[in-house]
Every structure is written in structure tokens, then in C-alpha cells.
Design a binder for this molecule. Structure first.
Ligand SMILES: NC(=O)c1ccc[n+]([C@@H]2O[C@H](COP(=O)([O-])OP(=O)(O)OC[C@H]3O[C@@H](n4cnc5c(N)ncnc54)[C@H](O)[C@@H]3O)[C@@H](O)[C@H]2O)c1
Length: 253
């Protein structure tokens, strides 16, 4: 084993969906820095182009559109590493939630993930290798009022990826989830705008702060690379200790 190259991705094609913002953007840049050929896909093509710059390829893709996913397979396969980050949250209590809001969150967070795994997993299985990386959340494990549907999709995504790991493992394809804690991106801008809310979240974790999106990139590179060649069906927490620490009380010595 050449350990100096353990995380290198030379010769691999990585497709990052959600690459126009936040964690997806940093994932795309980190995968490219390790030698991968990276396609930066997003519904927002201008944002994908901003990530891609002149070195990477930008690609317009709305993952809510089944036909567009099929076309992406035709145009982009072979894909060795699939990373998808696109997700949405409607923070509202269950009694206030509408059926339309439920459908909107589930369609993007769960159904689109299902369609992407099916679409790109097939070619990976035929070729006998591949790494599928989806984004769950601390909300897949711990909740608070207002997280119902988002939390359900993030727990559901873990089970979807575990099943993909079970079904595609014999064909050499790995599937894993990353579960971030609180990360400063446009998705959490509503929280950052409220100092009490922002600080409460910072204090919940062991590290006492929020993450920057670049701090998720290492987990993506790891799971994409041969460093994780025996890692599948796992959930990698990158949450600053959020799910490790109870946090209700700090007992006196
Ligand atoms: N930010 C956090 O604190 C946090 C915490 C836990 C989990 N996560 C998870 O990490 C992932 C990434 O989050 P983020 O904060 O980087 O999000 P983000 O909102 O910054 O970026 C999401 C990207 O997805 C794109 N997108 C949205 N709908 C799309 C569609 N239909 N088709 C294609 N692209 C679409 C958006 O244009 C955007 O570029 C999400 O799955 C999120 O649930 C984030």
C-alpha cells in the first residue's frame, strides 16, 4: 500500500450535485485537489459555474426532474464518485405543517436521493466499483420541535444508503452517509440571523462552535477514496460532538 497516495483520486470522475453552494461547493473543490475530474452539478448553473471556475466542469441539473437525471447519466457516466447535497428544510411544528410542505421536503431530500442512487448506482455496479455519498444530519438522530419532516428524511436517507450498501456491495460499490452538525451555509442563514439561536447551537457541541463548510470536505474525500475501501453502510458524524454530548447540565466537580 502506497500510503502517501491513500486519499488521491487521480483518474476518478466525481459528480457533486449541490456543488453551487455550501458543503457541496467545498466537496467539489477538495475532490479536485486530490486529483479527481469533478463535475459540479446544481439546479443553479451560475452558482455551479462559480464553483467550477475554469478548471472544473459545471452542469445544470434539477434533481426533482426524473428525465433530467436520466439525461445526466447519459451525458456524465462513467461516474466513480457520486456526492449529493441538495436538500431543503421547512422548520415548522407538525400541527402547522401542510401536506404540500411535506411533499416538497420529502421530494428533494428523499425521493431525489433515491432516484440518484438508482440512476448512477447501476453503472457503478456494472463496472464493479464506485462510492456513493449522501448527506444526512444530526437531525437523523436527535431532534427538536420544528424538525419533523426534515429529520424523518435524514433518518430515511441513512436507511436508503444502508440498503444501497447491502444491495450494491457484492458489486464493489460502497454507499455511506455523512451526518454534519451545524454548518454556516445559506441553508442555515435563518439561524445565523438570530444571535440567541446561533449561540445556543454553538454551545450544544463539544467544540462550542459552528463548522465552516470546508470542514466537511475531508469526510467526503475520505469516503470517496481508497482510504475508505472497507467502509460501507456507515454514518460518519462530522458534528463537533453534538450527538456525543447530552448538554443539558454541566455537573460541578
Ligand atoms: N448546513 C448545515 O448546518 C447542515 C447540517 C446538517 C446537514 N446538512 C446537510 O448537508 C447538505 C448540504 O447542505 P448545505 O448547507 O451545503 O446546503 P446549501 O443550501 O448551501 O446548498 C444546497 C445546494 O443544492 C442546490 N439545489 C437545491 N435544490 C436542487 C435541485 N432540485 N437540484 C439540484 N440542486 C439543487 C442549491 O442550488 C444549492 O447550491 C444537505 O443535505 C443538508 O441537509 C447541512
Amino acid at each position: 500500500m502506497e500510503y502517501a497516495n491513500l486519499f488521491r483520486l487521480d483518474g476518478k470522475h466525481a459528480l457533486v450535485i449541490g456543488a453551487g453552494s455550501g458543503i457541496g461547493r467545498e466537496s467539489a473543490l477538495a475532490l479536485a485537489a486530490q486529483g479527481a475530474r469533478v463535475t459540479c452539478a446544481d439546479r443553479d448553473l451560475a452558482a455551479a459555474r462559480e464553483t467550477a471556475g475554469s478548471a472544473l466542469t459545471a452542469y445544470e441539473l434539477d434533481v426533482l426532474d426524473d428525465a433530467a437525471i436520466a439525461q445526466a447519466v447519459d451525458e456524465l457516466d462513467p461516474v466513480d464518485v457520486l456526492v449529493f447535497t441538495a436538500a431543503t428544510n421547512v422548520r415548522k411544528r407538525i400541527l402547522d405543517y401542510s401536506g404540500e410542505e411535506f411533499d416538497r421536503v420529502v421530494s428533494l431530500n428523499l425521493r431525489a436521493s433515491f432516484q440518484l442512487i438508482r440512476a448512477f448506482g447501476r453503472g457503478m455496479a456494472e463496472r464493479g466499483s464506485g462510492s456513493i455519498i449522501g448527506f444526512s444530519s444530526i437531525r437523523g438522530t436527535t431532534v427538536e420541535p420544528g424538525q419533523s419532516v426534515y429529520a424523518a428524511t435524514k433518518a430515511g436517507l441513512v436507511q436508503l444508503l444502508r440498503t444501497a450498501a447491502a444491495e450494491l456491495g457484492p458489486s464493489g460499490v460502497r454507499a455511506n452517509a455523512i451526518a454534519p452538525g451545524v454548518v454556516e451555509t445559506p441553508l442555515t442563514a435563518q439561524i445565523k440571523a438570530d444571535p440567541a439561536w446561533y449561540d445556543a447551537y454553538a454551545q450544544k457541541g463539544a467544540l462550542g462552535r459552528w463548522a465552516q463548510p470546508s470542514e466537511l470536505a475531508g469526510a467526503v474525500v475520505y469516503l470517496a477514496s481508497d482510504a475508505a475501501s472497507f467502509v460501507t453502510g456507515s454514518v460518519l458524524a462530522v458534528d463537533g460532538g453534538w450527538t456525543a454530548v447530552d448538554g443539558r447540565f454541566d455537573p460541578p466537580n
